[in-house]
Design a protein around this ligand. Structure first.
Ligand SMILES: *Cc1c(COP(=O)(O)O)cnc(C)c1O
Length: 380
């Protein structure tokens, strides 16, 4: 079986982990946590970084730090991981969904503009307080218009850069945009800590709130007296040790991902029926966090069937995200009753991705591409 993902841990990971064990520093109080935070902040050109236990927690922490009012609304893409909408719902706010761009699979910024201009400009909907930007699979969201809209209407920006380590938008690092940004370090991300996440910001006050909320809102004066309900979202020194070792290789990993993506594209570009990821746009070069593809309408089977057939040939696959407005959990809450986002709905049904992990070899890429070609010829 060629697995969908396998991380590379052959740098200083063991050495730093041994340091944790030899010194006894394994909790969040250990020195690798601050070091990892400082190095991530430097990498994405942010003033502050707050390490947490996973990317989902990072989103929750970022929203909690903004201290929004219950009922406030946040605009976000329909096509993303549930963590984004869950974080919004958990803080008592309401997600407003925007459909995807059919080429980049990111939030369609023309539709975002239309949504915001209609809701705020025409209907004077003052409940909209923020935009959650999520960069999907390899290319960043086209940020210029997002920044302009946020500025014009006084909206906060939360940037979910969980899939974008080492990526930039017009030569500015992803994770440096908006009031707060987040990363995940799950093993399928470019750099991993096993489980892990981070919130970054340039705002001193928001950074202080994130630090406090991450650690149960303990107080300096009277430790066990609390003014606000926090979370235990702390990252351990063991995780941060992995993070420091992984971050040392970020450039190498990004170069490898790009070369893997190009290799797949070279092998698959003329295969009828496949829509592949664009190599670049005018603002970024694809980083191929995962190598995704969409079956066009001429293909007589859907992504689920394609994945089943590839699985029989020993090729690991994953489906694309399932849109937020089609999530039973949110429908049961009465959310998104009027929503229809045809591009996101199509991506969910026709899209999937193939093995894309850092440890994937060129031989494996050839083998996977061959299996995809056979599948599309009807021989798979
Ligand atoms: C992976 C991911 C997350 C969640 O990160 P976890 O560490 O798995 O909780 C959030 N947003 C996006 C876009 C992701 O890809």
């Amino acid at each position: 079986m060629i697995p969908i993902n396998e991380p590379l841990l052959d740098g200083n990971e063991k050495k730093y982990l041994n340091e944790c064990i030899d010194t006894g520093w394994i909790s969040s109080e250990g020195p690798f946590v601050q070091r990892f935070e400082a190095e991530m902040a430097k990498t994405v050109q942010r003033k502050h970084a707050v390490a947490v236990c996973n990317g989902t927690a990072a989103l929750e922490l970022a929203l909690a730090a903004l201290a929004l009012e219950p009922g406030d609304q946040i605009v976000m893409p329909a096509f993303t991981i549930i963590s984004c909408a869950a974080a919004i719902v958990r803080c008592g706010c309401v997600p407003l969904l925007v459909d995807s761009d059919p080429v980049t699979w990111n939030m369609d910024i023309e539709k975002l503009k239309e949504k915001i201009e209609t809701e705020i400009g025409l209907k004077n909907n003052r409940k909209i307080k923020a935009i959650m930007v999520v960069h999907i699979y390899g290319l960043p969201v086209d940020m210029d218009l997002v920044l302009e809209l946020a500025e014009r209407y006084g909206l906060k920006i939360i940037e979910d850069a969980a899939e974008m380590h080492g990526q930039s938008y017009r030569s500015r690092p992803c994770g440096s945009f908006g009031d707060l940004s987040i990363f995940s370090f799950y093993p399928n991300k470019h750099i991993t800590t096993g489980e892990g996440g981070m919130v970054l910001t340039d705002d001193d006050h928001l950074a202080e709130r994130c630090r406090s909320l991450r650690n149960l809102c303990f107080q300096a004066k009277q430790r066990f007296v609390h003014e606000e309900l926090g979370y235990n979202f702390r990252m351990t020194n063991l995780q941060a040790a992995l993070g420091v070792a992984q971050l040392e290789r970020l450039e190498e990993f990004v170069a490898r991902k790009r070369s893997m993506g190009k290799r797949y594209s070279g092998l698959l570009q003329h295969v009828a029926g496949l829509e592949l990821m664009p190599a670049k746009t005018d603002y970024a070069e694809n980083i191929y966090w995962v190598y995704g593809m969409v079956l066009n309408e001429e293909v007589p089977f859907d992504a689920a069937e394609a994945m089943r057939r590839l699985g029989q040939k020993g090729i690991g696959t994953r489906p694309f995200f399932w849109p937020m407005h089609e999530q039973p959990v949110f429908r049961k809450m009465g959310l998104f009753k009027e929503d229809s986002h045809p591009v996101a709905e199509r991506l969910a049904r026709r899209g999937f991705y193939i093995p894309s992990g850092m440890a994937l070899t060129n031989e494996q890429i050839e083998e996977v591409a061959e299996a995809v070609k056979n599948l599309m010829r009807g021989e798979g």
